[in-house]
Design a protein around this ligand. Sequence first.
Ligand code: SF4
Length: 130
Amino acid sequence: MEKKLCPSAPFKEGNKIFALFDDQQFKFTDHLEMIDGELTREVMEAEDRAMYRTTMPCVTKGCGNWDGQKCTVPDQMRYYLSPLTDIEDFRNCPIQKGCRWYAQEGESACRICPLIKTRVFEPGASVSQG
Ligand code: SF4
């Protein structure tokens, strides 16, 4: 079975960008962009390191956010954030078909997703966030 995609992967070489924050507005990119070494260096030097949302295959039990059955990030975020009421734009998400959160919760996940800025990991740091 094909692996689900983590929609909140760390900014890391080999992962793919599917959305970004343009002047605080969440927008999907036209295509999935593979993160290479040059872009990694540029982003690490930039002030707003969390402007990209990236994806990678979900690692389930290899991630601290996996509870054995599901990813707990949407539930954690709902504790801090108020879900969006208008998600018309997010129905065009380029990773929706494979998205772990969408598979778990459908559009309910998309109401939280655009509000999340993923923490940027330093190169070489271990990956523990889903
Ligand atoms: S939760 Fe919804 S908007 Fe976010 S990546 Fe998954 S399908 Fe796309």
